[in-house]
Design a protein around this ligand. Structure first.
Ligand code: SF4
Ligand code: SF4
Length: 90
């Protein structure tokens, strides 16, 4: 797990060298956010709907080669403390 300050970042990073195209991440993702490659055993999976990921961690936990890293936004790690912060987007 890592954190990012980019508000529109990709929450799922897949290491192409480690990925064996199994494709468990596609199977377990409850939101169909990760989609297996067009040629399942050749193409790596694609993070098709990154903005819809809710960071459940199933893909990362299920990957047999630890090819997936979930990158949490900073605002999830260090959320706004006041309503004013929240409105201002600080
Ligand atoms: S679960 Fe891991 S190894 Fe399998 S397709 Fe997804 S990223 Fe690749
Ligand atoms: S963290 Fe959960 S919702 Fe997000 S891509 Fe992985 S399995 Fe899907």
């Amino acid at each position: 797990m890592t954190a990012s300050s980019d508000r529109s970042h990709n929450p799922i990073v897949i290491d192409d060298e480690l990925c064996i195209r199994c494709p468990l991440c596609d199977i377990v993702c409850p939101g169909d956010i990760i989609i297996r490659g067009e040629r399942t055993k050749i193409d790596p999976p694609v993070v098709a709907y990154p903005a819809e990921c809710w960071y459940c961690g199933l893909c990362e936990q299920s990957c047999p080669t630890s090819a997936i890293t979930i990158v949490f936004p900073d605002r999830m790690i260090d959320p706004p403390l006041t309503f004013a912060d929240l409105v201002d987007g600080r």
